[in-house]
Write a protein that binds this ligand. Structure first.
Ligand code: ADP
Length: 634
């Protein structure tokens, strides 16, 4: 057995930290596993509606792109209709085309189908011929041809030779937010380019298709993605009104034609709110006429010319961010205080939003925010109850421990009181007997007298200790009641000094008194006597032989002030705050042969405060101590 013991102990001391470390590691691993699980589960659901809301918020919050210098817009507006007294007819359109041609426009995009334009057959033929004669003229058709379908976009006669191009307006009706908002543009369908990359590559040659099989240079264009056989990209929107359209009327009356169209792509369309087909809803507004198609195409074209379409961050990156945020949330919820936890999570959400906005704005990168945000909420609401359960259990354990401690404390006090009470009678008997022996007519031998004196002194000390313990018991059970009587404190001081005179003389200590005449005050005589006795006794106890003690009284500002000043060793500053504590004895006192229980000053303070008085000490090591008791004089 004895040989085994050290071994087991050594084994226990090394295995314990390892066990603790293993428990900690497994705790971290399970939290991490939870975070990864939450991130993977969340990533299975798109939460498109929230993501679209956050996408639109970023569009609105980031500084929007300026209007392109390559794009101009012309709108058939209410002013045109009211000035002409009708919608423009074929001759008006032909005149507009002539004007734009002479002004040097590079591309003219008609969002109005010529087949909808009113005019006589000859007028329509005239318009068709004019349109055909302009190389950059194109009619944007809201459709796309299938591969191999040659004439799908051909217009009805007499416009069959007029150039057309597919220019559909994608709407988030069945995908993403399903809120009928337009956020994308179509670049190609079945590898056939739409109008947008064709025009854009005239301004940005690097976008030009490198061979027959590709609609545009896919490597050069950023942000394009596949969607149902089509190539699409997100539009970098500017708010409505960024492109200020020239009124159709004004463009018609231009004479000489405006130079502002030179080298530009001019988009011509309607803005008379007669049909919702001429408008889109945008990330800025869900209004049915939030933006004209004219401005939409201007925005889309500008996105391509500046090659600034948004690039979606890879899904896996989103999952990693979500897992990291989930892990952090779990740690914060389980370890930080509720306020700090909320602050950290709030700051994390704000920080992530800011990073996402900066990436969106400066890098044209779109990182998903719905998943990380939801992860924070889910982890928070999942782990808060868990933490509450743990804390509840802890406080229950604490409560139980506390109850047990209180019971033990009560038991201890009761036991001490009982013991002390029962000790008092035998001590009194011993004291009585020693007095009888000392006062006996037969003189004692010097050794016997010395022995009897020692018995007497020891029984005095024991009695004092027992009384202290009894008083402590009474204090703790709140059984002390003041018995107030009118008394002159000076009389009390004199009594105590006289009583302790013998003790002082045995150490050749002189007790001097300076007592100012005082009015009697109401005090519990027994208790205040104990206070004074303790202070003077301490002064005698702790002072070296041959010194002197000054006990003074005076009345000052409504207080009766009693001071006991000695020339003893003083009390170190570090111990001053403790000397009125229960059972406290200074280090020097404990090391010396001077006896004491550490209860005297605790009781003195308690008794003085029961009288609504104050007690304090001024002391410096080597310069004596002055204890001051102040009792209210009224
Ligand atoms: P004790 O029974 O130890 O005297 P007290 O509560 O009366 O207990 O005093 C607490 C401590 O305060 C003492 O142990 C002693 O270190 C210090 N002390 C009290 N009075 C004096 C004094 N007059 N001079 C120096 N130290 C004192």
């Amino acid at each position: 057995m004895p040989e085994n013991k050290p071994e087991t102990q050594a084994g226990a001391s090394t295995s314990r930290p390892l066990k603790v470390r293993l428990i900690r590691a497994s705790r971290h691993i399970s939290r991490l596993a939870f975070a990864v699980a939450i991130a993977s589960i969340l990533s299975q659901f798109p939460f498109d509606y929230i993501e679209a809301f956050l996408f639109d918020a970023r569009i609105r919050m980031r500084p929007s792109p300026d209007a392109s210098e390559h794009i101009a817009t012309i709108a058939i507006d209410p002013a045109t209709v009211s000035a002409l007294g009708r919608v423009p007819n074929a001759l008006d359109y032909a005149r507009l085309l002539e004007n734009l041609k002479t002004s040097g426009a590079k591309h003219i995009v008609f969002l109005v189908s010529p087949t909808e334009i009113v005019g006589s057959y000859d007028e329509l033929v005239h318009l068709a011929k004019t349109a055909e004669s302009i190389p950059g003229f194109v009619v944007a058709v809201d459709d796309v041809p299938l591969k191999g379908e040659k004439d799908a976009l051909k217009l009805a006669p007499p416009f069959e030779k007029v150039a057309t191009a597919g220019a559909p307006v994608p709407v988030d009706r069945n995908i993403f937010a399903r809120d009928d908002v337009t956020r994308r543009m179509m670049l190609a369908y079945q590898d056939l380019p739409t109008m947008l990359p064709l025009i854009a590559s005239d301004y940005s040659p690097e976008l030009k298709a490198r061979n027959e099989s590709e609609p545009y240079n896919r490597d050069a264009l950023r942000g394009d993605f596949d969607y149902l056989k089509s190539d699409q990209a997100y539009v970098q929107f500017s708010p409505r009104g960024t492109y200020k359209p020239v009124s159709f009327l004004k463009a018609l009356e231009l004479n000489p034609p405006l130079n502002e169209f030179a080298g530009k792509t001019v988009i011509v369309g309607r803005d008379i709110e007669t049909t919702s087909k001429d408008y889109i809803r945008t990330p800025y507004s869900r209004d049915i006429v939030a933006m004209t198609n004219i401005e939409y195409f201007a925005n889309a074209l500008n996105t391509l010319i500046t090659n600034s379409a948004l690039v979606r961050a890879p899904k896996v990156l989103g999952t990693i961010v979500t897992a990291a945020i989930s892990y952090m949330t779990v740690i914060v919820v389980l370890t930080a205080s509720p306020t700090l936890g909320l602050a950290i999570l709030g700051a994390t959400i704000a920080g992530l939003s800011l990073v996402a906005l900066l990436l969106f704005w400066l890098g044209n990168i779109w990182i998903a925010l719905a998943h990380p945000f939801l992860a924070v909420f889910i982890c928070y609401y999942f782990f808060i109850p868990y933490r509450l359960i743990i804390e509840n259990r802890r406080s229950w354990e604490y409560y139980q421990k506390n109850r047990l401690l209180t019971q033990v404390e009560e038991l201890k006090t009761n036991f001490l009181s009982m013991m002390s009470h029962d000790l008092k009678t035998p001590i009194a008997r011993i004291q009585g007997m020693t007095d009888i022996v000392k006062n006996d007519a037969n003189p004692l031998s010097p050794r016997q007298r010395e022995a009897v004196d020692t018995v007497r002194r020891s029984s005095d000390e024991l009695l004092e200790f027992v009384s202290g313990i009894l008083n402590l018991g009474r204090i703790e059970s709140k059984a002390i009641q003041l018995h107030l009587h009118s008394k002159d404190v000076n009389t009390l001081v004199k009594d105590v000094v006289q009583k302790l005179d013998y003790m002082a003389r045995s150490k050749e200590i002189e007790i001097r008194t300076e007592l100012e005449p005082l009015f009697s005050i109401k005090i519990d005589v027994d208790l205040i006597r104990q206070v004074l006795q303790n202070l003077i006794e301490n002064a005698i106890k702790y002072s070296p032989d041959g010194t002197s003690i000054l006990v003074s009284t005076e009345e000052r500002d409504g207080w009766i002030v009693v001071q006991v000043a000695d020339q003893g060793p003083g009390i170190p500053e570090s111990e001053l705050p403790h000397i009125f504590m229960k059972f406290y004895r200074s280090r020097n006192a404990k090391a010396s042969t001077i006896k004491g229980s550490g209860l005297g000053l605790y009781l003195a303070k308690y008794f003085v405060e029961l009288h609504k008085g104050r007690i304090h000490v001024d002391s410096r090591p080597g310069q004596g101590s002055t204890f001051t008791v102040e009792l209210p004089s009224a």
